[in-house]
Structure formats: C-alpha cells, structure tokens
Design a protein around this ligand. Sequence first.
Ligand SMILES: [Fe+2]
Length: 392
Amino acid sequence: MSGRGARGRRFSDRAYFWAAFASVMLSVHACIYVMTAWAFPGWLKALWLSAGASALCASASAPLVGPPRNGTGRVSLRSVLQRAGAVWNFVVLFSAAYEILLLAISHIHAMPPRALFPAALCLALLTCLYGLFEAWNVRSVFFSLQTRKLGPGERLRVVQISDLHIGPFMNAGHVARVARAALAAAPDLVVITGDTVDGVVGDGSDTLPFYRPFVRELRAIRESGPRMGVWAVPGNHEYYESFKESARFIESAGICLLRGSKADLGAVLLIGADDMDHATPSDADRSLSRSEALINSLSADEEKKFVLLLRHRPVVEKSTLGKFDLQLSGHTHGGQLVSLPSSRHRIPGWPKGILRLPCGSNIYVSNGAGFVGPPMRFFAPAEIVVIDLTGK
Ligand SMILES: [Fe+2]
C-alpha cells in the first residue's frame, strides 16, 4: 500500500471472519441438503446434491486457483468462483429460510411435505434474481434544498455518484449506465463520494487493460461538460491496495480528486475530506481532526458560499455543524444485502437518505451505484442522487 494514511485490511481479509463464516455456511448447507434431498425423486435428487456439492467445492477452492488479488487486471477464475459461490450461498440461505416459513405455514394449512422444499427453492431463486436485478439496475433519486446562499430563482443541479467499486466483478456496461443516468440529469456539478475503485487497477506505470474501458466511461461524464466539473474524494477501498494507482485511475478519467482540500466553484465552495480525516489529528492543531481544522478555517467570504462537503463515511463532527450546508456521503451501501439488521446500522453515522442537522447543516447518505462482494442488493437499490439547490 502507498499514499497518505494507507489503510489496514478489509474485515473480509481476516482469517477469523472466514472461519466463522465457513462454519456457519457449511452447517446450513449440510442441514439443507440432508433434510431436503428426500424431497426430490430419483435423478433430481442426484442433480440437486451434485449441484450443491460442486458449488461448495468451487467456492471453497477459489483461493487455490488464482492470485489473492487480481494483479493482471483480468477477471480471474478465483473472482468468478467466489462470486458464483456467494450467489449460491444466498440461494441456500433463502431456501432454508423459506423452508422454515413454509413448514410453519403447513402447520396451519396442510401442504404436501414433498412440495415444501421445491417451493422454497423456487422462492429462493426468484429472491436472488431480484437481488441481482436490484444491483444492476440504477435508479435516480431526486431531492431539492432551498438556500439563501443562492440568489432568488437561481438553481444549481448537483449529481452524486458513490461506491462504484470498480473491480474484477464490475462491468463497464454498468458504469456506462451510471454515467448516462448522471448526464441525463443535465448537472452543473458531478461529485463522486468514494470507493470508486476496488482492487489493483494499475501496474505501477499505467492503468491495466481490463480497467481502461471503465476510465473511458467515467471520462465521458467530464467530456460532456458539467460546467463546474467532476470532483471526487477517496473512500476506504481506494487505500486497500495502492492509493497511488487508485488516484491515477480517477484522475485519468478527468476527475479532480480532493484529499483534505477545498475548491472555489463560484457560488459553491466544495470541501473534500480524505477518508479517515475525521479520526486523524490536524498537524496545525492536535486538538482538532484534519477535517475539523479544514472546515473551521473557512474565511468569512467562503462561509457566504454554499458549502458542499464531500466525505465518504457518513460521520458528522459536532464542531463543524452550521459550517457546511450539505454533506454528501456513501459507504453504507444502504445495507446492500440485508437491510435490517445490517452493516449500515453498525457503521457510525447516519445510515441512508437525508437528515436535517442542527444549525442549518444537512447530510445525504447514498446507497451507492455499485456493490461490494456479490452483485446483489435487497431493498437498497443502486442509485445516483440528483440534488437541486434553489435560491430563496
Ligand atoms: Fe463502498
């Protein structure tokens, strides 16, 4: 890793996570196969058992068949097996959940026992298909904010894109759809709030061939000319491999990267906090975090502008309330896989959507436009956010 503030490992890189996860999943798989195989007659039983065993072997053997990171920039067999295994795990988990539900229902309304599991499996497959659809189908979310910092009748349109997670399992077609949706909103300003890339995207001197189509799709946003430009801040995933490569990827798409710095865009003052700036003491004043020091140092003229704060994580520092007008964040993915109870409820800060804060500040936390892990979402659709700032 390189770059300021190189980060630690992802939680999913830790051995104890996988040991606990594998134990739970193996138990669920074993139970569901043994308990339900009898529901299928003859050849169907053999097919079900061999499909389950193959999927388990494929996902378990993934670490043995490819490099730990996608250093070539191509979709590795390991990545494909991991994601296929992850989707299969969801099919099995949902099958178990639906089986329990149908068993409970069958106590009230008699159902043929052999029909329960096939019904549960069909429901699980439909649920997972819906999860795949929700991940790949990007919606546009609109909201507006009135402000005295713009003249009466003046309007400024900002588009927020977050958490694309461009990595081995993303495809350029999805990023193209995100770019088209952003441009269809005719924005004055486009902001990207972190986790744009996820993995090794360069070889030390250039972007890897696999990632060049992604650069082209992102560059299309800049070339279509939002008059105030395209700006981004880093998220935690930019730091997991090589920040230098992540930054080069982003900047080669014509996107300006803010790392604990600000940009005067006329009516808008854009502040970009680096990931973890809220937890890193300022060099100038150790009693303040880097982001507190930056936000609290605005001049009187700067405070008259609409202060738009970009920060990947949805944390808000108390001392900065009233010093910014709108904070745009991501990181939580709106829960992505399991909305309740989900990771978004364990991440400090506001989990999703808009929140009016004290002293006139506001925060919006986006579900993000991509996904982490398997390409699935449940009740946390992929989104871009269109914000109309209107003067009053
Ligand atoms: Fe993310």
